[in-house]
Each structure stands twice: as C-alpha cells, then as structure tokens.
Design a protein around this ligand. Sequence first.
Ligand code: ASP
Ligand code: MG
Length: 450
Amino acid sequence: MTIVMKFGGSSLADAEAIKRCVSLARAHDSDRVAVVVSAMGKATDLLVELADAAVDGTRRRVHTLLGELHEIHETAAHVFGAEEAVTPLLSQLDTLVAGIGAVGEITPRSRDAVLSFGERLSSTIVAAALDGHAMTGHEAGIVTDDRHTEANPLMKMSLHQIRENLTPRLDRGERIVVTGFIAATQHDVTTTIGRGGSDLTATLIGAALPADEVWIWSDVDGLMSADPRIVPTAHLLDHVTFAEAIEMGQFGAKSMHPRALEPAAEHAVPVRMRNTYNPDSPGTLITTGEPDGETVRAVLRLRGSALLTIAGAAMVGRQGTAARVFQTLAAEGVNVQVISQSVSEAGISVVIPEAHVDRARQALEQHLVRAGFAKHVDIQKDIDVVAAVGAGMAGVPGIAARVFTAVAAREVNVMAIAQGSSELSICFVTRADQSAAAVQALHEKFGLGR
Ligand code: ASP
Ligand code: MG
C-alpha cells in the first residue's frame, strides 16, 4: 500500500509530539510512505511576524522572534541529533532577516524565502527522528507560478515530476519527508502556496504517485455533524464525499481547504482525516462516489460575518448592476461568502467577513449609490451563516421546508437564504445570538444526534 501522511503544525509542536508522529509513520514501515510536514507549531505565524518586524526595523521584536524560533527548533533538534543540519538553516534565516532589515524593504519573493524556513526546519528535524530523507517540495517536483505567497502549482508538470522523483526512492524503501507549503518557480525561486498549503502538497503527492490513501493528521478526529461545543450529541462523520467535504470546507479551521481536496478528487485518491492524539479513531474518509443515503449530513455555521444589502428601484431590470457590485467588491479585496438576489431585482444581498465591512461600504457608496446605480447600502453586523450540508439532498423535495420549519419553531429569524443549484447545501443568515439555536434545531430535526 502507498500512503501519503501529512502531519500538521499542531501535531509537530515539540519533540514529544514529533515522536508520536514518527511512531505513527513507522507503524507503516512495510508500506510505501511519503511523509509531508507543516512547520512546527506556530512557527509560520512567528515567521510572518518576523518578516514584518524586520522591515519596520523593530529590532527588539526581531531579536525576540528569532530567539523563539531558535529555541523551538534547537530544542527539538537536540533531542533527535539534528543540530548539524538545523544550525546552518537558522543562520541562513538570521542572515536573510538582517538583509531585509538593512534594506528596510521586503518583496513578496523575499517574504516567501523567510516563510520557507518553517518547513525547511521541521522537515530536517522529522527526517532525523524518522531516520529518513528530507526534501523540499521543490526537490519533490512541485513547480508553481510566481504569485509569491499564494503561488499556484503547475499541475501537469508537478504531477509528472513528483512521480519521477519520488517513485524510485519509495521503491527502495526510503522514508521520505517532504516540506509542505513550499515549492519553487520554474526558475528555482522559492515560493509558498498559501497558508495551510501543506494539505495541498500532500494531495498533490497523493495524486501523482498515486497513493492508495492520503492521511491528513491533525489534532481533531475528522469532520463532525456539528460543532460539539454547541451540539453535544454531534458525531464524527466516518465517510463523506469530496463534494460534501468541499462544501464543508469554509466552515471552520478544522475542515480541509477545498483547494487541497481538488487534486485528490480529480484523481480519485481517498483522503482520510486523522488525529495524532487519538490514532485509534478511523477518522473521516473522503472519497468519490455516492453519498451515504441520508439527506442532511452536517449542520455548520460561519461566524463573524456581516450582511450587506445594495438596494434601489434603479437596479430593477438594469443590466450590469450585479457585475458592478461584484467588481467593486473584488477591486477592494472583499471576500464574498454568500450571495442572494430576489427575482424583483430590487436588492442584492451578500455576506462578507465583518472585517471587510468598512472597505465594502465605502466602495459601494462611491461606485453604485453616488453613480446612481442603487439607492442605498444597508449593513447588518453580528450575523452568522448557518448551512445544512449533504449530497443526498439533491433532488429530494421538502428539505427546505423541513429546514425552515425547524428554525421557525425556535423563533429564529431568517434574514437571507441561499442555495446553490448543486443542492449540496442550504444556507441562511441569522443574528449571531440565534445561530446556535438554529444549528441545534436542524441537527435534531434531521436526526443527526448519536
Ligand atoms: N506552515 C504553513 C501554515 O502554517 C502551511 C501549513 O501548515 O499547512 O500556514
Ligand atoms: Mg496547517
């Protein structure tokens, strides 16, 4: 069996945690295993802050952050006898940061160089602990465009190269440890593929080999039918389809980023979410194929959003208004989470992160209201989005009726509704203080409690 095992930062927080991951990987010594690692613990957050502090010239902060990074990695390196490999990496980081400080400027390219140290260091330490071979994502074969900090892997070339580079090593029984998150352009310039990108590294490798399964090890068992903090009877979903997992991807840090699921879905490589602190749990298996017969599988909520409504008679029957709204929001870098427009065309409602509200309001007032395309922009803060997700809902009449009956019975007011034509989810907007009741009502209504 060929398995890609990706260990997240929380599973690699210190030497103790690394030992646990190493024994989980070693338990599969008779299989072909490619390990992918994130940076240790919060190392990437520290590096992000370090890059900013280096430009600002806040010497003391730079000193403290470098100190912390040295401490975390030297301590772990010491336990596994990896000092010889780790010391030069840390001095390279010191030099790089000093250089940025001297110039007082950071380019996206040098920022990526700084960020890459988290995974360079963790892979070196894990390889020592595992008695394996460390390689960067670039050495493994991942090539990206040059959109630094959010680079996109060039799929065809990457898949081909990964296969060429890793297969002979796995055939020889080598244990390989690949850096997640970092890759390089075709000109060998280091890039990173976006925060949380190690999952994508893992699924790329899984798709390339191809692996029988990709295991994403973190500190949660997998996907749940609801957040157990608000629904105590919530249960672990033992199996979901890629379509469902992608639909659930926006709801909380504990799910996988849809971008990471795409290569696995496309190449039909099953992904299993697993917990390093609870390895006896089989986790959640994500595969292609049919949903598990039920309708609603999970009830989720997205917090910290605002509902923004652009309204006015001028919008009715006028072509290009929606385009103008979304172009304006896009130009301001506002992320649109939910969209809803009634057939009257007298208003378009969008849900956006609360942090983007001021930017969005200003831009819409300037480009729509003052330009005569709309009458006013309304904003409601403190709202949540609740979603009922399940691939089995498609084509089944009466689901929406059941959803809204259950919510109404709890006297929760629904402020906006959206459903994609894929019918994978129904989502609606409520006041933040009513969303927990809505989630509880739906979880119960669809019999998801165990
Ligand atoms: N270390 C990177 C981050 O924290 C990538 C990852 O962990 O997936 O975003
Ligand atoms: Mg991560």
